[in-house]
Design a protein around this ligand. Structure first.
Ligand SMILES: Cc1cc2nc3c(=O)[nH]c(=O)nc-3n(C[C@H](O)[C@H](O)[C@H](O)COP(=O)(O)OP(=O)(O)OC[C@H]3O[C@@H](n4cnc5c(N)ncnc54)[C@H](O)[C@@H]3O)c2cc1C
Length: 465
């Protein structure tokens, strides 16, 4: 049992997650000390003094009930999220999306936070070489929620490393696109691991495929390409539009996580002697080794999401959809997440956190926001909601509030805290919810049902108001 001494909760970072955390704690009658390093110090992406600064796009994505981020906002609204309410108050026309006037948004959140008596905003950096208590000392004195975002200052990053262990903190994400398994054309794709099929030479290939797809004995899905398909794909890939990186994101590229489009530019055969090598495979349709081969690896425990192995990329999202859908077998692929390569500080949450964003090895510590491996504005707010509510319960020595996996807010908390050796940040998407028992082809109907179920589940959650 950890001793709680302070009569307040400390929140570090006054961004999207940290302000939601502070509001959720304060509205439940508990004092908060909220540390924000601006305007004393700015990250490379922040440039105004207000809290809850929007660093890039002013869109909070779709508001539709049949959209995963729309559902997440609906849930947050029901839970009285200060930030989502403010976003609707200062919204600008953007069709079905919720877009905000970015200045009004952060001004309004700042005014609200400053006006709450229970919140003391301290405009100082926390971390090594700052004049404040160290993170370790703060944690010895009470509950601390760390919400310093993808650009956490160096001084605090090194203290977080001490808290979580050397392997606990990552500084870049290099995520490959993730696809819904049901949208892969299994008439083209086949199951198997490299050389495995060759080891079972005596067995008929087709029988072997049927057996492993039934038993899920093997967790790779393989997409064979012939010469013409491969060359067309490489040609489109090297000519596709890429995202312009910020200066602070440019870095030496490690061979192990090179964007696939850069590797492809090294020569026509580079990919098929690298991540697309076909050695050790026989295409069950032809009985021969394919010219090139793309592998998809299971991405979640339920086995309904698969990632494209080696496909970390800086291609624009629309270009990823266009170029990767050219791969035979992926013509109707549903991308639940596109590949990214960002400067992004995040902890190894599956090892470190539980599904309330509480640090397993020091229960006085909570994390919230992008640093937990959720990705996006609304997702960061959502983790702030869960961490804030649970920091209160911890402070009052009450039971944890675990949100149902059937809700988007709970599914995200579950995703980041579930064992995952290749953990990469995740945004809201319907693939992380437990699937419906009935198979529904029409996406709108399916997503509508998943959302209805989520709201019903959320309404059953008991939360201290
Ligand atoms: C360049 C960039 C562009 C992005 N674009 C988008 C986008 O368009 N859409 C989207 O949905 N998501 C985007 N994201 C991802 C993410 O949604 C945002 O970064 C979001 O702001 C994360 O919220 P947060 O609360 O975790 O962090 P932040 O909003 O960054 O808040 C962290 C706060 O902590 C403060 N801080 C840092 N270190 C310390 C310290 N040691 N002591 C005290 N205070 C500290 C910072 O000044 C900041 O105010 C982007 C991320 C980056 C880096």
């Amino acid at each position: 049992m950890v001793l709680i001494m302070n009569d307040y909760i400390t929140v570090i970072g006054g961004g999207l997650a940290g302000t939601e955390v502070a509001y959720q704690i304060a509205k439940r009658g508990i004092k908060v000390k909220l540390y924000e390093m601006k305007p004393q110090k700015f990250s490379p992406a922040h440039n105004n003094s207000n809290l809850a600064e929007i660093v890039c796009s002013n869109s909070f994505k779709s508001s539709l009930h049949t959209n995963a981020c729309g559902l997440l906002k609906e849930e947050l609204n029901l839970l009285d999220s200060l930030l989502i309410k403010t976003a609707y108050d200062v919204s600008v026309p953007a069709g079905q999306a919720l877009a905000v006037d970015r200045n009004k948004f952060s001004e309004s959140v700042t005014k609200k936070i400053d006006s709450i008596e229970n919140i003391e905003v301290i405009r100082e950096e926390v971390g090594k070489n700052s004049k404040n208590l160290s993170l370790k000392e703060m944690l010895e004195n009470g509950i601390v929620v760390i919400a310093t975002g993808p650009l956490t200052s160096d001084g605090l990053s090194s203290e977080i490393k001490e808290l979580t262990g050397e392997e606990g903190l990552h500084f870049y994400d290099a995520a490959a696109p993730i696809i819904e398994k049901d949208s892969i054309n299994m008439n083209i794709a086949f199951w198997g691991d490299r050389y495995e099929q060759e080891r079972k030479k005596d067995e008929d290939i087709v029988e072997w495929q049927e057996r492993i797809s039934k038993n899920k004995e093997n967790n790779y899905i393989n997409l064979p390409l012939n010469k013409e398909e491969y060359e067309k794909f490489v040609n489109e890939l090297i000519n596709a539009e890429v995202v312009e990186l910020h200066n602070f994101e440019k870095r030496e590229i490690f061979e192990g996580c090179m964007p696939i489009e850069i590797m492809a530019k090294r020569g026509l055969d580079t990919l098929r002697f690298g991540p697309l090598k076909p050695v050790g495979f026989t295409d069950p349709r032809t009985g021969k080794r394919p010219y090139a081969l793309i592998q998809l690896r299971q991405d979640n425990k339920e086995g309904n999401l698969y990632n494209l192995v080696g496909f970390q990329t800086n291609l624009k999202y629309g270009e990823q959809k266009r170029v990767f859908s050219l791969i035979p077998g992926l013509e109707n692929a549903e991308f639940v997440k596109y590949g990214v390569m960002h400067r992004n500080t995040f902890i190894n949450s599956p090892e470190l956190l539980d599904n309330t964003y509480n640090l397993k090895k020091n229960e006085n510590a909570f994390f919230a926001g992008q640093i937990t491996g959720v990705e996006g504005y609304v997702e960061s707010i959502s983790s702030g909601m869960v961490a804030g509510i649970n920091a209160v319960n911890k402070f009052l020595q009450k039971d944890k509030v675990i949100f149902s996996k059937y809700t988007m807010i709970g599914a995200l908390a579950d995703y980041i805290s579930t064992e995952n050796k290749k953990f990469q940040p995740m945004n809201a998407n319907f693939g992380i919810l437990p699937q419906l028992e009935e198979k529904i082809k029409d996406k709108k109907i399916k997503y509508g049902k998943l959302s209805d179920r989520a709201i019903e589940e959320l309404n059953k959650t008991r939360i201290l108001q």
